[in-house]
Write a protein that binds this ligand. Sequence first.
Ligand SMILES: C[S@@+](CC[C@H](N)C(=O)[O-])C[C@H]1O[C@@H](n2cnc3c(N)ncnc32)[C@H](O)[C@@H]1O
Ligand code: SF4
Length: 353
Amino acid sequence: MTETISLSKQDIRKLTVAQLKDWLTQHGEQGFRAKQIVEWLWKKSATSFDEMSNLSLKTRELLSEHFEIRAISNAKSQKSNDGTVKSAFKLHDGHLIEGVLIPADDRMTACVSSQVGCSLTCKFCATGYMDRKRNLDAAEMYDQVVAIDRQAKENFSVPLTNIVYMGMGEPLLNYANVLESIEKITSPEGLGMSPKRITVSTAGIAKMIKKLGDDEVKFNLALSLHAANDLKRNQIMPINESNSLENLAEALQYFYRKTKNRITFEYIVFNNFNDTLQDAKELWEFTKKVPAKVNIIEYNPIAEADFKNTGVDKLEQFARFLDSKGVIVNVRRSRGKDIDAACGQLANREKNE
Ligand SMILES: C[S@@+](CC[C@H](N)C(=O)[O-])C[C@H]1O[C@@H](n2cnc3c(N)ncnc32)[C@H](O)[C@@H]1O
Ligand code: SF4
């Protein structure tokens, strides 16, 4: 019988401080070094053991003999006319994911991916036409934030102010890793950012929205609604067939009771699909179910589908109706469209090479 020996070393960032401490003491090292190593790995984003200058050469050699640091690498960045920077990041196993820096007057936002591809097949989203290859681990999401923060400092001389989990993938289908990444991003041992500046966007997995409530998370939640009517939502978001609007409303109410965090509803106003006054009324009715605000977002055309944005007049009428009913509504213009860096356009494509 032949035995298969795995040559790949363990990713050291999968270990907790306590596990690392145990490992070090079992290997004749001082346990307190674990905290120093963890600080190098997260706060200082070291990509090699050689950088860990307060460890002895012997300790560094011991670590590199047994572990590796699976950092992501920046494969390519493209800058849009409006300053948006889209980056392709290469993962240790060769997969590519994308992250985007979105500069605005009052904020610098990182849009990060949570999965390689997506399994939810929303009809208007480029990522939905790719297969889901795998979930990202916490370090792979954390590394995107670190890399995009560097880009913000290099290009605009300011650090990131906000993070949105709105890149490739459905964050709530990678629940544990997404929460772990946010824990690292917000903890003083990591980047120390406020959870109030982080938004996780979901296509709507009712069970996991409730779990967010049970976990009493401090970050913001956005629901990609796009239709407040099951028949229409089923047509563009197949996940709605098993997570109806009624189930979602109930889950959101539960989430709100537990966290007191107001929900954001994302709504693309598609031409001749969900742009009538009746659609606006249904959306208004839905917003009454839970404290919420509405972001009307522009559709970024993708090759696979032939949706169109509604006209300016209809869009204004739609937004004015909501406003007249006391709904907090923002109309958001899309960014980075010339390089396919806008929401829903992330599918590892290059433009204008
Ligand atoms: C790409 S998704 C990732 C997060 C999560 N899977 C979700 O659906 O909310 C982020 C946001 O982009 C939106 N989106 C997807 N395709 C789009 C497109 N072609 N134009 C504009 N927004 C789009 C989604 O509806 C969602 O609000
Ligand atoms: S919109 Fe979100 S859930 Fe839907 S396919 Fe795109 S990434 Fe997946």
